[in-house]
Design a protein around this ligand. Sequence first.
Ligand code: GAR
Length: 202
Amino acid sequence: MSKKKIAVFISGRGSNFKAILNEINKGTINGSIELVISDNPDAKGLLYARDNDIECAVFKKSKDCSRSDYFDKIISTLRARDIDLILLAGFMKVLSGNIVRAYRNRVLNIHPALLPSFPGEQAQKQALEYGVKFSGCTVHIVDESVDTGPIVLQEAVPVLDDDTEEILSDRILEREHIIYSRAVKLLCDDKLSITGRRVFIK
Ligand code: GAR
């Protein structure tokens, strides 16, 4: 099976990107990161990508550019490089319908909560404020809405009485790195089958 060509989308630190790249470099994932895309020129993860000789492309969205036009430019860049899979790793823009359709079932996202609880921004803060005793992380396939696509993998972590948002986020992040890499490996090995909302591991 040929290696899948991957584009990772980031907006900030890029620790999930690093964790996945690390697994690729160890030979565990049958894929290669061809491109890192960011909406933020100052994203720290871009420095790491450049240090690892991975091509980076920054797409800043201007106010007069529609979301659909913005993502059309990104689609052209992806197609020019024959990208097979997109990984959202802390990418803080909602994908438009055109890119979801162009890469149907080939876009993954990591979210720092047990979906469908606490979608959207500040998921860890939402979990603390709600008072749940467990939260965690979810890898899901991206569909046209926000954090609603079929769930690939989830892992729970406890929420402890003296947790701050930062402490809980760190506990979740450690598990994110593990389940995201695992899900990417499954996708690259063509081991995921999707029936309706349910994702099965073949
Ligand atoms: C991660 O916690 C990820 O789950 C979250 O942003 C962080 C990015 O960290 N994503 C979302 O909240 C998406 N809704 P990273 O840049 O170090 O990978």
